[in-house]
Design a protein around this ligand. Structure first.
Ligand code: DLL
Length: 434
């Protein structure tokens, strides 16, 4: 279903006109209210009049994660604290938290884009939404909550944790929609199985999974274990939270709500804009944010854009399912390796579970890549010869996909830590030695 026909199916020429007007207004606001942007524009010799058309966007300065951290906690805010009604924060793996303020208007915008998001996956007021994204500083819980309420669905604000209780409720409360990270969805399936409960027999029909990269094969795995249709949702705190883009029923890319978030793809090294279709780093500019508008934010996420009208009727550009982050991308012996590539291999090989961890180390001067992979219960109790054959098969498959050799360590079922939120897939020990 399309929640906002006017904006989601607008002819692209009209949409671009709207984006341009909004961009001009957003630039004027940051230049008036945020000293950081005044300085960044001055350094490039730019005035507010620099933005005549959307093509001028490419000259504007970027905003990075470091800029948000350097201005911790609220140095990039464009409104005084009394107009702020909520703060969220995302921690990341290192350094200070990125704190994000919201006005009443921002919360309204967020509810609206989340209503569009849920509607795109088929959620209506008749649905019961089991929301297992974490409530709190993380934007997942409250973001989904607001969107589901706006649609008029029934929300169960589960948050993360209490996995057995989640499963009982999934069964007893007639939930039709499951919202959580893809790794937690798999964990729910695993615990349900241990409890002797078949989630495929519940009312669940839609799953909305995101907040971390996951492959198409992982989608198939989740769909077959839980018995629902799994949709990808993308977003980030610095822009709004979840609600930047989502798949529609055709699942051929994620529609970006472009009337609010203006996307570009740039070459990660040079920052040069790339044409539609080419893969690079996603850069987003907010068009209607009040408390913390951001200009050309370097998301670090790798994708490409497709502007063709979708079979669903939406004219909104589609981003390819992200293959990972520029900073998650491991460079091992000079070769780029994405955790998602490893995941797709695991999901292809019989006898292993998609629970894995990647350990990169440095032996003398050479990078060493080791993948810890859980074997299935059945294989684990089998004879040694079968384990060795499996290990060899994985080594060969990983080499085929990655182009470099990796050591494979098979570990016991359930020995890799499960996550209630985002899974931690990579341990890079090279940083420790410098
Ligand atoms: O993860 C917001 C969110 C919540 C999105 C619930 C979807 C569902 P942050 O904690 O700020 O916000 O993390 C944002 O997570 O830059 C991506 O690297 C990654 N990410 C989010 N969604 C996806 C996805 C939320 N569908 C960062 N696929 C982003 C791949 C994703 N990566």
């Amino acid at each position: 279903m399309i929640w906002d026909i006017e904006h989601e199916t607008m002819p692209r020429a009209d949409l671009q006109r709207l984006q341009q007007q909004r961009l001009q207004a957003q630039v004027a606001t940051v230049l008036e209210k945020v000293p950081f942007y005044r300085q960044a524009f001055q350094e490039k010799g730019l005035t507010p009049a620099a933005v005549h058309s959307l093509s001028d966007l490419a000259q504007l300065p970027f905003t990075t994660k470091e800029d948000i951290r350097d201005n911790y906690p609220l140095g990039l805010a464009a409104v005084p604290p009394r107009q702020t009604v909520r703060l969220h924060a995302s921690s990341g793996t290192t350094g200070k938290a990125k704190v994000v303020p919201y006005t009443v208007g921002d919360i309204d915008l967020w509810s609206e884009v989340m209503a569009r998001t849920l509607a795109a996956t088929g959620v209506t007021e008749d649905d019961v939404v089991h929301n297992a994204y974490g409530y709190g500083l993380f934007t997942g819980g409250l973001g989904f909550h607001q969107g589901a309420e706006r649609i008029g669905a029934t929300v169960i604000p589960m948050s993360g944790g209490q996995t057995k209780r989640q499963i009982i409720f999934l069964q007893d409360l007639g939930s039709t929609v499951l919202c959580c990270t893809p790794s937690y969805a798999l964990y729910l399936a695993e615990v349900a199985e241990e409890m002797g409960i078949d989630l495929r027999a519940t009312q669940l029909k839609i799953g909305i999974f995101g907040a971390e990269p996951w492959s198409h094969r992982m989608r198939e795995e989740i769909q077959s274990k839980i018995g629902l249709k799994a949709y990808d949702i993308y977003g980030l705190s610095e822009i709004i939270g979840p609600g930047v883009s989502v798949e529609c029923e055709h699942q051929d890319g994620l529609h970006i709500f472009e009337d609010h978030f203006l996307p570009e793809v740039v070459e990660p090294e040079t920052g040069e804009s790339l044409p539609y279709g080419e893969r690079g780093e996603l850069v987003l500019t907010t068009l209607t944010k009040e408390a913390m508008p951001v200009i050309r934010y370097r998301t670090g996420d790798v994708t490409s854009l497709n502007p063709e009208t979708c079979a669903c009727g939406r004219t909104l550009v589609r981003m390819e399912k992200t293959s990972g982050r520029t900073d998650d991308m491991l460079i091992v012996r000079g070769i780029n390796v994405f955790p998602s590539q490893i995941e797709s291999v695991l999901l292809q090989v019989k006898g292993v579970e998609p629970h894995y961890q990647i350990v990169v180390d440095r032996q003398h001067t050479l990078d060493d890549l080791e993948v810890w992979i859980e074997v299935s219960e059945e294989i684990f109790t089998d004879e040694i010869g079968r384990l060795e054959a499996l290990q060899q098969e994985l080594r060969t498959e990983l080499h085929n996909v990655l182009g470099i050799s990796a050591r494979v360590k098979l570990v016991e079922p359930r020995s890799i830590q499960r996550s209630e939120g985002k899974a931690k897939r990579v341990i890079d020990r090279r940083e420790v030695y410098g």
